[in-house]
Design a protein around this ligand. Structure first.
Ligand SMILES: *[C@@H]1O[C@H](CO)[C@@H](O)[C@H](O)[C@H]1NC(C)=O
Ligand SMILES: *[C@@H]1O[C@H](CO)[C@@H](O)[C@H](O)[C@H]1NC(C)=O
Length: 260
């Protein structure tokens, strides 16, 4: 059963996310921070962050972070110094909020160096800040489904907090419902912070989830039919059995669909 305020929220989020023009090419600057700092990112991935995208991670300004909806989004980013940097650039995953608006992105040093031509990594690193262009691209997790990690703050049977990892495609999850497997008594979950969603209406037993993701020009449901076992435990990562591969459309002009 869909809660009415849910649909309003969905519509609002879909419309507001459309204004950011994900698929346009943006011009900005990027700097870098130590790879170790990535585990304290605002999205809350913790030490898991370094296993995402081979440690090619990024803190993005608030228009990219989108109050957490941008967590896990993937970007192709290249530096504009053609002597030092490759035209392909590198792919990064957003795991943190960049509070400093001098650069749209702060990258892990690993990702920063990956923008360089062969043998030029240290030279690029020495620059500290470089002119870049970037665009959002689909995330690809070839052998990895969307996964749900039960957060430490969860308290059976009163409170459940989950974090989503390995979210493929180029969408935003705008709503999540949870129900006992086989039941149609859905409880909605609320975005807590970053990539973390929670509810204090925790169904008993094994749990299924359904997600509303932005797809096409509006939303679509993705149903993960059997995710948490009856004896779900905190700190454990559960395979959702589904992967999201959709790409949300938007009215950007010009859209850049070319390959870098
Ligand atoms: C950048 O951030 C500073 C301090 O938060 C703020 O005063 C300034 O208006 C911001 N500039 C832009 C271009 O957003
Ligand atoms: C639906 O689920 C909620 C949360 O688990 C529970 O409090 C409520 O009693 C359930 N309602 C029905 C009709 O089973």
């Amino acid at each position: 059963m869909a809660q009415p305020h849910f649909l309003c929220m969905l519509l609002f989020l879909v419309l507001s996310s459309a204004t950011a023009c994900d698929r346009c090419v943006h011009q900005s600057k990027a700097s870098y921070f130590s790879d170790a700092a990535a585990s304290s990112g605002a999205c809350g991935y913790g030490s898991l962050a370094l296993t995402i995208s081979g440690g090619h991670l990024a803190a993005g300004v608030s228009s990219l972070y989108k109050q957490g909806a941008g967590c896990g989004a993937c970007f192709q980013i290249r530096c504009k110094d053609s002597k030092l940097c490759s035209s392909k650039g590198t792919k990064v995953t957003l795991t943190d909020l960049n509070h400093n608006n001098q650069t749209d992105f702060v990258l892990t040093s690993r990702a920063f160096m990956a923008m360089a031509n062969k043998g030029k990594g240290q030279d690029v690193l020495k620059l500290g800040v470089v002119d870049v262009e970037y665009k959002r691209v689909p995330c690809e997790y070839k052998n990895q489904n969307l996964a749900i990690r039960v957060e430490e703050s969860s308290q059976k049977p009163y409170y459940l907090a989950i974090k989503l990892i390995y979210q493929g495609g180029q969408t935003e999850i705008v709503a999540i419902d949870v129900a006992q497997v086989g039941s149609s008594n859905w409880s909605f979950m609320t975005k807590n912070y970053g990539a973390v969603w929670d509810t204090s209406r925790v169904p008993n037993g094994a749990l299924q989830f359904r997600f509303v993701v932005t797809s096409g020009y509006d939303g679509k449901w993705v149903w993960a039919k059997n995710v948490l076992p009856t004896d779900w435990k905190i700190g454990v990562i559960y395979d959702s059995g589904v992967q999201i591969t959709d790409i949300a459309q938007e009215g950007c002009s010009p859209c850049d669909d070319g390959n870098w």
